[in-house]
Design a protein around this ligand. Structure first.
Ligand SMILES: N[C@@H](CCC(=O)N[C@@H](CS)C(=O)NCC(=O)O)C(=O)O
Length: 207
């Protein structure tokens, strides 16, 4: 049985399904930064709650995060259900914030979300790719990224959220990795780690 919070859920259009140490922290961080109200349903992966029929009805692949948006109708006439952190971030940016101001910004946001999930994540987490791709991508990102300069538009947005969240995973997942060749990324990670919304989304106790 999945524990949710029915009172809050009734009042809020958005329900995020997440779990500790999952990519649900990305859309959660985004919603915290943007002040978007949401209900959080935390699943216990150890207890295999993500494989229970109740959650498989929301994401048949049994993966987190997933989002239900009561304010929009899906093709079956029920509230819109979404999986994939990048698709969820894009939806939040396009429909629940004023981040995206032009078609060019929409296209660039999509570009960075796909890069984060399909290229950077693979370079970080797939060992064979880490050797081959990681230094080259990191060297270029070290030139491009800056804590005070959004990747798209004038304000911190979905593209920054996904890119920064993956980079901030580095010291958590690979504490022995030497990031000193990438000082701009090191300083970006330090800035991210201080953001209250990030700390809350990551479940840090002080947040
Ligand atoms: N590309 C997907 C990855 C989803 C994914 O693999 N989620 C992990 C947690 S970070 C999960 O649910 N793992 C449990 C499982 O696969 O059984 C996304 O970005 O949403």
């Amino acid at each position: 049985m999945i524990n949710s919070h029915p009172k809050e859920e009734e009042a809020m259009a958005l329900t995020l399904y997440g779990g500790q140490r999952t990519r649900a922290s990305m859309p959660r961080w985004y919603m915290e930064e943007k002040g978007i109200a949401y209900n959080l349903v935390e699943l216990d992966l150890q207890a295999k709650q993500h494989r229970e029929p109740e959650f498989l009805a929301i994401n048949p692949f049994g993966k987190l995060p997933a989002l239900v948006d009561d304010s929009l109708q899906g093709p079956d006439g029920k509230p819109l259900q979404l999986f994939e952190s990048g698709a969820i971030l894009m939806h939040l940016a396009a429909h629940h914030s004023n981040d995206i101001q032009s078609e060019a910004e929409r296209a660039l946001t999509t570009q960075w979300l796909l890069f984060a999930n399909a290229t950077l994540a693979i370079a970080l987490f797939v060992p064979s790719n880490r050797e081959r791709e990681f230094p080259r991508l990191m060297a270029e990102l070290n030139q491009q990224l800056h804590p005070d300069r959004p990747l798209v538009g004038q304000q911190w947005g979905a593209a920054d959220c996904a890119m920064q969240a993956y980079l901030a995973y580095l010291p958590l997942f690979f504490p022995d990795l030497d990031l000193s060749p990438y000082p701009a990324i090191q300083s970006l990670i330090a800035t991210v780690q201080k953001r209250p919304a990030y700390r809350k989304a990551m479940g840090y106790v002080d947040a």
